[in-house]
Ligand binder design. Sequence first.
Ligand code: MG
Length: 293
Amino acid sequence: MKVDRRELLAGGAATLALAGSRRGADAQAPKPPKAVLKLSSQEGIIPGRDLAERVAKMEKWGFSGIELGGDAGRRIEEVRKVLANHKVKVSALCVGTPGGTLINDDPKVRRSAVDAIKELLTVAGELGSTGVIVVPAFNGQTKLENREARPILIDLLKEIGEHGAKVNGRLLLEPLNRGEAFFLRQLADAGAMCREVNSPGVAMMGDFYHMCIEEPSDMGAFVSAGQWLHHVHLASRTRVMPGQDDRDFTNGFRGLKTIGYQDYCSLECGCKGERDMEIPKAAAFLRDQWAKS
Ligand code: MG
């Protein structure tokens, strides 16, 4: 085919004009709200005899969220009773692969996963939680490869999202590093899945530990997640407390500020040293990183 260069150039000019008008539309879009740093922690990280003692410590250290495990459904009354006397609220429920793996090669396993996740979304709604953290499959848990797994997952997420919207619960996709999961490693990929499903019941999160391995830019990753980002895990490069090694959080926090992030940043990490001493230090370090970002 013969290409007329003049036509080609005219086409290029039209494309540029369109891009310009899009930029104009973006400029008129409402500004995101001012981002907030709301610190949370997984329950098991906080030393204490019981939930009440842990929550009291967290409040003293300036935390505003607690992340619970998959047993939250059996503890609704206990959790409500303890939190009634505190400012700390339930952040996310971290459950991994409840009922089986969503992208298993066996449809029966996939069905069992969907049913278990729907139940947990109902629990999340009852507890006012941000969402239920789910991993589509860890390495070795599926025989499907990426191109087979993805459309299957999107269909299941649509069904889960419909249920989530009804019960005010939300699934949170968690990208992991390649050592733990070959499927879903980057935040931009999770964001693209959320956009495709387009349901208030399906969103995503980012984990600073995995991001350190997989993302070329923390800020770019959070900005690409944008409106779909509803939870963040905090851990250093070597997966101990933030501030205990050389991991920098300012670039990622800049990304959270750019998108006007309103949800929790939650500790999911080990600890070098005495937790009662090191956790408040990590909280102070994170507040300082936030201020610098
Ligand atoms: Mg995590």
